[in-house]
Design a binder for this molecule. Structure first.
Ligand code: IPE
Ligand code: IPE
Ligand code: MG
Length: 241
């Protein structure tokens, strides 16, 4: 069971719903994709701020299972951007000792992008300073459904007994099986909802909903939000003296 932390503990795992790219672009009279490009450039400085803050795990929501509902041109633009991000950032990620993982369902992604994701994971597999997880075609409900399907298969084929299915077993089937639960979830752009992000994992996460649009979110603001976490008292259902 998770233990209540002391007030001085910083978050070890921070997850971010990077929202507001479209509005940022619209405010400037530019197409939405311009905002996504500016947003993608923000990720590097946030990753680089992690080691000094004691953040070992950073998870970012880049594309949800619901984002396919957008126009074909926005979706295609985003998929291109993910490919370009990988090409452009691979070297720096490796040099900064960042271990990259992707979560989400890869089945609907194009084969070229999936190959690049696999390559980046392999390239950075031994990196240890920061664990960066990028959620692409990720939805919390979809993840739980896919996990349940694999779990059911293990039961049907006799590898797992129904009696052994519990809170410890199920998360082993989630995409995030090697990650600790997020301590802090930040959402930019002023929306106070989680939009299907890390549903199981964030049961006891602290949330920060901030008004800044993602392309304007600086490392300084990140440091200040992460700094504020230390003043929160996490109880995990217990009474803390
Ligand atoms: C977040 O920004 C990026 C993705 C969801 C891909 P949005 O594109 O949702 O920006 P807004 O919310 O429309 O401003
Ligand atoms: C959540 O943002 C998904 C990502 C940031 C990738 P959305 O903009 O898709 O969420 P809603 O539609 O406002 O709930
Ligand atoms: Mg949005």
């Amino acid at each position: 069971m998770p233990q209540p932390n002391t007030k001085d503990d910083g978050p070890r795992h921070v997850a971010i719903i990077m929202d507001g790219n479209g509005r940022w672009a619209t405010q400037r009279g530019r197409p939405r994709l311009f905002g996504h490009q500016a947003g993608a450039r923000r990720v590097r400085e946030i990753v680089e701020a992690c080691p000094d803050l004691g953040v070992d795990y950073l998870t970012v929501f880049a594309f949800s299972t619901e984002n396919w509902k957008r126009t074909q041109s926005e979706v295609a633009g985003l998929m291109n951007l993910f490919r370009r991000y990988i090409t452009r950032e691979a070297k720096a990620l490796k040099a900064n000792d960042v271990c990259v993982r992707f979560i989400g369902d890869r089945v609907r992604l194009d084969a070229k992008l999936v190959a690049m994701m696999d390559e980046l994971e392999a390239l950075t597999a031994n990196c240890r300073t920061v664990n960066l997880t990028i959620a692409i075609n990720y939805g919390g409900r979809d993840e739980v459904a896919r996990a349940t399907k694999r779990l059911a298969r293990d039961v049907a084929e006799g590898r797992l007994s129904p009696e052994d299915v519990d809170e410890e077993t199920l998360p082993k089937y989630l995409d995030t099986c090697v990650l600790p639960d997020p301590d802090l979830v930040i959402r930019t752009s002023g929306e106070a909802r989680i939009s299907n992000f890390l549903l199981w994992q964030s049961a006891y996460s602290e949330y920060e909903f901030i008004d800044t649009l993602w392309p304007d979110f600086t490392a300084d603001e990140f440091r200040s939000v992460v700094g504020g976490f230390g003043t929160r008292e996490r109880r995990f259902g217990a009474v803390v003296a």
